[in-house]
Design a protein around this ligand. Sequence first.
Ligand SMILES: NC(=O)c1ccc[n+]([C@@H]2O[C@H](COP(=O)([O-])OP(=O)(O)OC[C@H]3O[C@@H](n4cnc5c(N)ncnc54)[C@H](OP(=O)(O)O)[C@@H]3O)[C@@H](O)[C@H]2O)c1
Length: 227
Amino acid sequence: MVFGASGGIGAALAVALREQSNLGQVETVSRGGDTDHHCDYHNEADLKATAAAIGARGPVHLVIVATGILHGEGIAPEKTWKAIDADVMAEVFAINTIVPTMIAKHMLPVLAKDRRAVFAALSARVGSISDNRLGGWLSYRSSKAALNMALKTLSIELARVNKNAMILGLHPGTVETGLSQPFRGNVPDGKLFAPIHAAQQLLGTIDQAPPDSSGTVLAYDGTRILP
Ligand SMILES: NC(=O)c1ccc[n+]([C@@H]2O[C@H](COP(=O)([O-])OP(=O)(O)OC[C@H]3O[C@@H](n4cnc5c(N)ncnc54)[C@H](OP(=O)(O)O)[C@@H]3O)[C@@H](O)[C@H]2O)c1
């Protein structure tokens, strides 16, 4: 299952998953793109119906949430506290923190219990509090830090009810998508990933993630990002 499957990384994840012929059915969800399901992520009844439709086909072994926003209409990452706007901040939290958490609320119950199952959400290294040396991007950073805490909290409850399932936050690196487009000036050579390359790296990270990494954030190379 890929949520946010019309986005740069989400669409590439769907392609990469479908290339792995040993996997079962791959289902894609977006708000209105060319995907198997459509869902308004901000509407809980819609999320519940989407999870029920997918769960009805059998247990789900992998859910990846690839939604998120950095900039958009009326939304720009803040360079200074003078730019903080309550409505913009609330919208960024709604998209980056609350949407993946609500997807988890409805998808964790349909995760398989008979073998390894993973719920993963795209986060970002800038959501690391201990790694924050530059400041700026207050809403995006804070919304991802809050997402990371939500994932950790969910992982503790999940471990009690499903021993084979785990939750991961994922940092994809800097990827050539619309989200990163205005902000790629300082990316070192070789560190700007094509979406399909990023997707393959993320799937490798998910595959290799040890059980005790549930609730943590892992980067594209498998290394742990400190909270
Ligand atoms: N690109 C990078 O360099 C980079 C770096 C670090 C972290 N990330 C993270 O990776 C994830 C995917 O990013 P991307 O680069 O693939 O970005 P993208 O191409 O802009 O795709 C983002 C997806 O987020 C969903 N979305 C956008 N606006 C939304 C809204 N108002 N309400 C609900 N959902 C909305 C859309 O999902 P639908 O398909 O459903 O419309 C869209 O496809 C994000 O969480 C981002 O923070 C990206």
